[in-house]
Design a protein around this ligand. Sequence first.
Ligand code: SOE
Length: 372
Amino acid sequence: MSAPLGVAVLGTAFMGRAHSSAWRNVGAVFPDAPATAMRVLCGSDPARTAAAARSLGWQEAATDWREVIARDDVQVVDICTPGHLHAEMATAALEAGKHVLVEKPLATSLAEAERMAEAAARAPGASMLGFNYRRVPALALARELVRDGRIGQVRTVRAAYLQDWLVDPEAPMTWRLRAETAGNGALGDLGSHVVDQILAITGQRVTAARGTLRTFQHERQGPAGPEPVTVDDAAWAQLDLDGGAVASLEVSRVATGSKNALTIEVHGTDGAIAFDLERLNELRVTEGRDGWPARVLVTEPTHPYLDAWWPPGHVLGWDSTFIMQAADLLRGIEAGRAPTPSFADGLAVQRVLDAVERSDAADGARMPIGDR
Ligand code: SOE
């Protein structure tokens, strides 16, 4: 019996908690995946990190991430920190021979994303980007249906990711609202998920983008007083795909009434599919070109990932996507197979986000997207 893979998570906030829950449960849901040991949770504040390590089930707490990635009993480094820290942490962990999982988006700039993809291509360890919605069984089923020709040739995609946690003018300043720590706002935070889903479901590449970004509230209360908001609250884009399809994208963190509404419709010559994250166990699939049926409840053991979970109708939750993500990383490590999405997939997304930002700066002009 091989020794368990030692895991470290860097970051103790929302994503640090979601990933910790995944590492705590992956062995119970997927006993066939390689065994892991929850070695250490690393954060910036000693007291907060020690308390989080205890409550989240980690063996130890630490505050120096460089010491953590140098440990011989850590083989997997899971980076859940603000975006501006991803590049330095991920390249250092890869150079130390570790397997690396990084939360999305890959980086806060195209240049950083290119360096990270190059480092991953050279590194002996596995690397994976945390687009966790790829593990939603309904979206995995959508990919299969489109790949298998169920809806014919894809003509149009209509995708959005709407939240409203910033609609309150009193919502405080956070790292997600500063360009130097987040890169951009809704476009990168939510738009990266949407672009990844468009690429994964259609199997097509984006060749050009037009876009608009908008900031509605330009100042928010920080710890030491009012601070400028330097990222977008919402963004819109039109994406041309190399298979001839056209995708429309809308993302917002001020969409009053929408809590976590990632919605995707894919329209083909022989049918269509539709998904809404707020109903994540369901997929709507037309019968041919007829109208929308009620829904497909994606909880059968024959559906992606579901043979590992509960009986039909015993629906999964948002956090289960992180458990399936961890299992796929571990299986990739064990099989010596590069996990997906890769850093190269993340770079492809970053190129689209960069083109949308350049289009916005050029009054919505069409921006081609090359491979380099
Ligand atoms: C934004 O609020 C956010 O936390 C994203 O950063 C996550 O990727 C998404 O899964 C939930 O919403």
